[in-house]
Design a protein around this ligand. Structure first.
Ligand SMILES: C[S@@+](CC[C@H](N)C(=O)[O-])C[C@H]1O[C@@H](n2cnc3c(N)ncnc32)[C@H](O)[C@@H]1O
Length: 239
């Protein structure tokens, strides 16, 4: 597919901030035909080093809370400021998705790119830990790395060149994710589907020289990508 909004984020400096397959392109596909109002208060859940949060502010006009567990919010604050954004527009927050530090019904929407698979595999997670912070009628847009078909009982040797069975347990297919989110009583499931972005976002990631990208090359160069995909999940909190 084409990624007209992501093109200007394809500089070496900005791509050095990504922590996996190009999250900006994933987010652009995820938000095609989205229903979030301009000016909405949005949580970028698992924002990493914040490139996707900047993208949400600059390209969609949202006010964004960049919520992440592993990254340093002070570094993210400096990055946001260097990109010309104010603290009115984008707020870095050290946050554990299992115990979010926000008021009830705070967000108009949540967008989560390449991180929900770390904490959202518990079918109870959505109702007990995330939905309380979303306004009734608010949207949740998620993209997770996944598998075309779950194969945890006989993992392909190509994938085991880069990842352990425990790491691969974070990846699942559309049917798995549909069953996890359908467990929710508080959210309507609007979509769970395979995305188009896969080869392109992986190619952008594998060009990076950090140790994680270099480690991922073994599986992908052996053809492991044919078992993998990205999955889009769209939910709406019931009114
Ligand atoms: C693969 S990185 C993706 C980061 C970013 N979205 C990107 O694509 O560049 C996964 C992110 O999930 C975040 N994460 C994992 N567990 C989390 C949790 N319990 N609460 C908040 N963030 C979490 C990590 O801090 C990390 O930044």
């Amino acid at each position: 597919m084409n990624y007209p909004l992501s093109e200007k984020y394809m500089t070496a400096e900005l791509m050095s901030k990504i922590m996996g397959p190009n999250p900006v392109k994933l987010e652009e596909e995820l938000l095609t035909d989205h229903h979030i109002q301009k000016g909405a208060t949005v949580c970028d859940l698992g924002s990493g080093q914040g490139l996707t949060s900047i993208f949400l502010v600059k390209e969609y006009g949202f006010k964004v809370y960049a919520a992440d567990l592993w990254s340093d919010p002070e570094e993210n604050r400096q990055f946001f400021s260097s990109m010309g954004l104010s603290e009115e527009q984008i707020i870095p927050v050290k946050a554990d998705a299992e115990n979010l530090p926000f008021e009830q019904d705070f967000f108009d929407a949540v967008v989560s790119t390449d991180s929900y698979n770390y904490f959202g595999r518990d079918p109870e997670y959505l109702d007990s830990k995330l939905l309380p912070f979303v306004k009734p009628g608010g949207y949740i847009y998620i993209t997770v790395p996944g598998m075309k078909k779950d194969c945890h009982d006989s993992l392909p040797s190509e994938l085991l060149l880069s990842w352990t069975p425990e790491q691969l347990d974070y990846l699942h297919d559309v049917a798995y994710w549909r069953s996890i989110v359908s467990h929710s009583k508080g959210a309507e499931v609007l979509a769970v589907s395979e995305m188009e972005s896969n080869d392109e976002v992986w190619a952008d990631w594998l060009k990076q020289e950090n140790e994680y990208a270099v480690g991922d090359r073994k599986a992908m160069e052996a053809g492991g990508g044919k078992y993998l995909n990205f999955i889009k999940i769209v939910l709406r909190k019931k009114k």
